[in-house]
Design a protein around this ligand. Structure first.
Ligand SMILES: Nc1nc2[nH]cc(C(=O)O)c2c(=O)[nH]1
Ligand code: SF4
Ligand SMILES: [Mg+2]
Length: 255
């Protein structure tokens, strides 16, 4: 695995690796280093990292198509391939051992992440790895042994993906059984709750590890949804997740 490389999101020639505060899910507030993979097997219409997959020449639709200046992305500008040793050196340069593997869909690069995690753990066994995944990809055994936490954001109909793409039984059954998995659903309207409950029933998801998070790429959009969603969480006994990084820094990359 010595020559493993990671395909990462790229802006102005720099791989998207940054030190911030976890803004979503059960570890919200924890200082964390984020490593953002390029490539995704889904194409959510409200995706806030569309520069990891919405390439020129692809047919995918995005809510941003409504903006006259929105353009699909040039893959060669927005994807960079970096040796795992280089990624490890950048991550190890931050004084922080919580590392979030995100994307895009990080599990499309299972083997290379294993090499990265092994390298970091060899330097410091205190590393703690969280994975932000869309829940469609089955992790390998080797990957699973190295990971501490899965933040599984299974996509609902509101994402605009065909059901056969976004709902993969084998992967969901794996995460449902894993005691490292938390389930974070992106909620756009109250109607989405029926689908969440269908998923909980179908896969026997642990109800004490479910979070509902408002959909929104701006503070204004989040503000419109967080009050009714918080009420709904209280009523049905689910955890609420905000998007703290948007509240703090807005719709910016690298924070
Ligand atoms: N601060 C911060 N928290 C996050 N939690 C999940 C993120 C993601 O994009 O996967 C994210 C992100 O991009 N920034
Ligand atoms: S699964 Fe995540 S990265 Fe992929 S399109 Fe949806 S929101 Fe974006
Ligand atoms: Mg994000």
């Amino acid at each position: 695995m010595a020559d493993a490389t990671l395909k990462l999101a790229c802006l102005n020639g720099q791989a998207e690796i940054f030190h911030s505060i976890q803004g979503e899910g059960v570890s919200t507030g924890c200082p964390s280093v984020f490593v953002r993979a390029s490539l995704c097997n889904l194409h959510c219409i409200w995706c806030d990292t569309d520069y990891t997959w919405n390439w020129e020449g692809t047919p995918w639709q995005h809510e941003n198509d409504a903006y006259p200046n929105y353009r699909k992305f040039k893959r060669e500008e927005y994807l960079t391939e970096l040796p795992v040793e280089d990624v490890a050196a950048i991550v190890a340069g931050y004084p922080c051992q919580r590392v979030i593997l995100t994307g895009g869909e990080p599990l499309l690069q299972d083997q290379a992440w294993q090499a990265l995690m092994q390298r970091l753990l060899a330097e410091n066994p205190a590393y703690y790895f969280e994975v932000e995944t869309n829940g469609t990809q089955l992790p390998s055994e080797g990957f699973d042994q190295l990971v501490h936490q899965y933040n599984v954001s299974a996509k609902l109909a509101n994402s605009g993906n065909a059901k056969e793409l976004r709902r993969r039984g084998e992967a969901m059954r794996f995460f449902a059984r894993s005691n490292k998995a938390w389930f974070k659903f992106v909620i756009a309207s109250e109607d989405d709750l029926a689908e969440v409950e269908e998923l909980i029933a179908e896969y026997a998801l642990p109800t004490d590890r479910i979070l509902l998070m408002p959909e929104g790429r701006s503070e204004e959009a989040l503000q419109q949804r967080r009050l009714w969603l918080a009420d709904l969480c209280r009523g049905r006994n689910y955890r609420f997740s905000d998007r703290l990084h948007i509240q703090l820094w807005g719709a910016k990359r690298g924070v």
